[in-house]
Every structure is written in C-alpha cells, then in structure tokens.
Design a protein around this ligand. Structure first.
Ligand SMILES: Cc1cc2nc3c(=O)[nH]c(=O)nc-3n(C[C@H](O)[C@H](O)[C@H](O)COP(=O)(O)OP(=O)(O)OC[C@H]3O[C@@H](n4cnc5c(N)ncnc54)[C@H](O)[C@@H]3O)c2cc1C
Length: 344
C-alpha cells in the first residue's frame, strides 16, 4: 500500500466517521425536536360546540396535529337542548347531545385529541402561540377560537330549572314547538321585537314584556310589533318567577314602578336580553367589537396572524348550530392554508 493509498483510506475512514457522527447528530436532533415538539400542535381549537368540532374535523382530516380544549361545556350550547330539528341531514330531528357526540366522534376519527379543560390564559404575541389551562401550557402554530356566546339570563332559580322545558333564548330554534300556544318574550331591544314578531307565526298570543317605560329598539321594529294583533305589550314589568313543575305554565311579574305582583299564563318564555360572547381571556390579544364579539379581519383570521375565530363568539346575528359549524369549516380551511403559506 503506498502513501497515497493510505491517505485515501484514512480520508475515507475519517469521512465515514464524520458521516456516522453527523448522522447521529441528525438522529439526535430529530429525536430531540420530536420530544420538544410533542406538545406543539398545528392547530389548537378552544371550544367544543359545532364550530370547534367542525374546525377540528377539517384540520385533522388534512393530517394536521389538532388539540381541542373542550372547556366547561363539552359539546356547547346544543347539549342543553332536546330535539334539534333544523340541522341538515336529520330529517326526523336529532337530540342535541347526540348530535354533538357524533361531531366529536367524527373529529376523533381523524386524530383530533380532546382535553376537557378550561383555557384560562392565552399568549398570542409570539410563535408558537401559547394556550394555558391553569398550570398546563399548550403550544400551537395556529389557534381557532370557538368559545361561543352565552344568552343573558334573568338569574332566577326557576328559569334555570325550566331551561329547555319552555324557557328558551332562541325563537328561531324553538318557536316551532309553540304552535297555537301562548308565549312571553322578555326584552326591549331590536332582537326582542324580532323574536316577538317571529313567534306570532306559531303562537296564538305573544306577550312582550319590558321592565322599562320605553323600548330601546328602533322605531320601525316597534311599529311592527305595535301593529301585530297577536302581540300584547306589558311595560314596566319584570318576571320574578317562572311558574310550573316540569314545564312552563306561567310567569309571576312585578311592576317595576308600583312593585305590585301579578301572574300571567304562558307555555313558554323567550329571553331576548342579549348574548355575551365568551371573549374575556382574549381581550388584550385580538380585536373585539363594542359588545365583546371577536372581529374576523381576513376571512376568519382575527387581528392576530394565525389566530382564527368561528361560531357564535364572532356572530351576533345568526347564532345557529349550522352557521357555527359552517364557520368552523371556514376557520379549519383558513388555518390549513395559512400553515401551508408559512412553508417557504
Ligand atoms: C337551548 C338552546 C337551544 C338551541 N337550539 C338550536 C337549534 O335547534 N338549532 C340550531 O341550529 N341552534 C340552536 N341553538 C343555538 C346553537 O346552540 C348555537 O348557535 C351553537 O351551539 C353555537 O356553536 P358554537 O360552537 O359557536 O358555540 P357553543 O355551542 O356555545 O360552544 C362553545 C364552546 O366553547 C367552550 N368554551 C367556552 N369558554 C371556554 C374556555 N375558556 N376554554 C375552553 N373552552 C371554552 C364551551 O365549553 C363550549 O364547548 C340553541 C341554543 C340554545 C341555548
């Protein structure tokens, strides 16, 4: 073996040595990264109503690593109702909790992970985005906010007890069940006027009950209500008890001026005193409107890059299962495309 040959062999050895150690380094790096990345999700969905589940279905079906933090009400508002008759695909209707269980199972089928925890804090300032549930921290390349909105309630024990048993906050959802019945709508704004008018399509009589002397609603809406023969307006009255054992049978009212109490017989009570979007924890992170609803800026993306929004939390108008699911689909697709665009 001549000198040149020895040199060549040594070079090959040191080269393969370098290759081997380089390979170890790469393997190490991959393993290390994999460990480090094990809590890094492509998409973190906050909320598990129709919007959250649908976003999770779309994102996980696109092979993304998806975590859904379900929150205090797994399945969302529809788990508080019985029959859902207007969600397409179920011609005989479907029970709210069952519909939501099906949606969750569909998202899990494609690999979405679910954790039943409330998000207590978020930090969208950097990348990845950080989402906290108490002490636990989760990291996401993107976040989809689907925390819904809560109907404002009167705060009566009887109202809670008879919720979905004649007490409702959605005429579009439940008006149909009150054909030829008597119902009361509580509120004095545009939505109260709209709900009262809508309910006259089904109910034989609608009381519109407002605690003040004057309505906050627009003139045109008030005119429509006043012109509707099926509507009786009761001003300066506030419900103090919903009557009935298993179903609503009436309301106990208090006159807000004289404090005099009275009762009326009704089969249902519809609250139209507003909805509160669940956005407290996002206040300093994304743009909200004057009522606290999240504001989508570009399609479903909020004022923060990579943070999307879907469902009632961003919708003060339609507030339906199908519209929330539709927006969840949009947010899922937007998150997929946004992630694709980040790859150079
Ligand atoms: C009694 C009732 C009957 C209804 N009936 C119908 C009907 O027949 N048809 C219809 O189409 N619509 C109906 N609706 C309206 C429908 O339920 C809503 O429009 C729909 O559920 C909105 O979906 P969402 O996903 O935006 O939010 P929601 O369903 O409100 O879900 C919000 C989710 O966010 C989670 N969340 C909140 N805060 C946090 C947090 N900090 N961390 C983690 N998670 C959090 C909650 O746990 C929940 O899972 C009804 C509503 C009610 C109240």
């Amino acid at each position: 073996m001549n000198v040149n040959e020895t040199r060549k062999r040594t070079n090959v050895c040191s080269l393969s040595g370098f290759r081997i150690s380089g390979l170890f380094a790469i393997i190490n790096q991959v393993l290390f990264n994999r460990n480090k990345m094990s809590d890094l999700y492509d998409v973190i969905v906050i909320g598990s109503g129709p919007a959250g589940h649908t976003a999770a279905i779309y994102a996980s079906r696109a092979d993304l690593k998806v975590l859904v933090l379900e929150g205090w009400q797994p399945g969302g508002q529809l788990t508080t109702t019985t029959e859902v008759e207007n969600f397409p695909g179920f011609k005989d209707g479907i029970m709210g909790p069952q519909l939501m269980a099906e949606m969750k199972a569909q998202a899990e089928r494609f690999g979405s992970e679910y954790i039943t925890k409330d998000v207590t804090k978020v930090d969208f300032s950097g990348s990845p985005k950080k989402v906290y549930a108490g002490e636990d921290e989760y990291q996401g390349k993107t976040v989809i906010i689907a925390t819904g909105a809560k109907p404002r309630r009167l705060g009566l024990e009887s109202e809670d007890r008879l919720w979905a048993k004649g007490v409702s906050a959605c005429a579009t959802c439940d008006g149909f069940f009150f054909r030829d019945k008597t119902v009361a709508v509580i509120g004095g704004g545009d939505s109260a006027m709209e709900e009262a008018n809508f309910l006259t399509k089904f109910a034989s009589k609608v009381y519109l009950i407002h605690r003040r002397e004057d309505f906050r609603a627009s003139e045109i809406m008030i005119d429509r209500v006043e012109a509707n023969e099926k509507i009786e307006i009761l001003l300066n009255k506030a419900p103090i008890e919903v009557l009935g054992e298993n179903n609503v049978t009436g309301l106990k009212l208090k006159d807000t001026k004289t404090e005099e109490e009275s009762e009326i017989a009704v089969d249902g009570m519809f609250l139209a005193i507003g909805h509160v979007p669940v956005t407290d924890i996002f206040k300093d992170q994304i743009e909200l409107d004057g009522h606290g609803f999240a504001v989508p800026k570009e399609h479903t993306m909020t004022s923060k890059e990579g943070v999307f929004v879907a469902g009632d939390v961003a919708d003060s108008r339609y507030r339906q299962g199908i519209t929330a699911a539709g927006m969840g689909c949009m947010a899922g697709i937007d998150a997929i495309r946004w992630l694709d665009d980040q790859v150079v």
